[in-house]
Design a protein. Sequence first.
Lengths: 170, 361
Amino acid sequence: MSLVTPDIGLVFWMVLVFGLLFFILAKAGFPAVTDMVEKRTEGIRKALRDAEVAEEKVRGLAREQEELIEKTRAEQLKMLQEASAEKERIIAEAKVQAGEEASKILSAARDQIALERDNAVRDIRRQVADLSVAVAEKVLRRELDRQGGQQAYAEKLADELTDRDLKQEV
Amino acid sequence: MRRDMKRFFFICLLLLTLIPCAPAVAYAAEKEASDTSGVNVSEVIFSHIGDSYEWHMWTWKGHPVAIYLPVILYSKTSGWHVFSSKHIAEGETYEGFRIQTDALKYSSKLVEVAPDGSVTRPLDLSITKNVLSLMISSLLILVIVLLTARWYKTHDSEKKAPEGLAAFMEPVIMMIHDMARENIGEEEYKKYSPYLITVFLFIITNNFLGVIPIFPGGANLTGNIACTLVLALFTFFIVNLFGNKEYYKEIFLPDVPVFLKPIMPVIEVFSAIMKPVSLTVRLFANMLAGHIQILSVMCLIFIMAKYGGALLGGMTVVSVLFGLFLDVLELLISFIQAFVFTMLSSIYIGLAHQKETHKQS
């Protein structure tokens, strides 16, 4: 029967000792431990979060770098393409210019040649005229020395000259 | 190789089990000589699980080796008395007090004997075996926890992992702390977690001390109803003194149909009272039963001593192996009961702090 009837003495000591134990531990024992552990847990959580942010940032930087490289490469390609286009253009332009210049020189040369020839022809013509006049003069003088024969010869010469002149004219 | 080792251990175990046989045989022979009734098992068991005024350890050459504890009494007729329990050992009467042995009433308790021979029970605040065990275990917990707390005060725990005692105690403390957070809620749990951790450490320490058979263990504090009653009452008062408005509304003005309105408070009040009762009885009965089981199995050896060597030897092996099993089981139960008591306390506290429940329209 005494097993299930609480003993007043033990109840008294139990209340006293357990109460005291609880009071001391609640004041000086557990809060020190639990607060520190919770602070540490919070610290670890924060560190993990920070690490994640940092990782994200690093990942962003890498991406940015990659983008930059890509962009630079594209720019380089573009520049190369532009340069090659420019080269082609310059060459083509130069070709065109050279052609123009050449044709200009050619035409100038042609003009010059034509002019020179004209001059030459004119000169020859004048000389031939002078020569004919001189020949005619000589012939005339001889013909004139001998009446009759002189006359016929003069006419024959004159005809021949005239024929040649006509042929040359044509 | 492993099998050889196993066999070796098994043989060692068998040999070890023979050790208790020698005193058992001697004891049985001694008993046989003095009386023919054999071992009084219930007396042996009840003296082990009950409280006593001295801490009996063993008997040496017919004399008990015991720690005699102070007796503190208040009698209505003669006032305060403080004396050593050595004076009342062996059923002697001292200053008009003696331990009641034969009668059913106040059995093994101190009583005041009046001149006419009638007995009364004085106010008994003696430091008994259980009280001393209570003090020792409390001191042990106090030292362990304060040393743990000191580590956290002297070290930067954010930079350094706990070591030694702190590393051992931190998971235990945080287990109950987290349980409190889970069951009571973010806002209130910090107020109650020290109580719950204290209760857990107190119960588990005393449970373990109860399993250890030699001083300072061996007292059956958590298997004593006074101890568990006080613990349950602490929980009861914490639940009911700090309960919020919602908790009391649920008890006295629950949201139920009109015809249930007068019945519900009765049921709820009854349930509030039954909670500490169930806490008390669960822990008390579990620990008491565990002790009785182990003691009974051990007593089998002494009972068998009467029936000759073969039965005694066989029973010793069985008893020791089974006793070992029960001891290990008891360690498990020690933890489970401490955990269950703490968890139920935290749930009861949590129920007294719940937020307004959603009204069903």
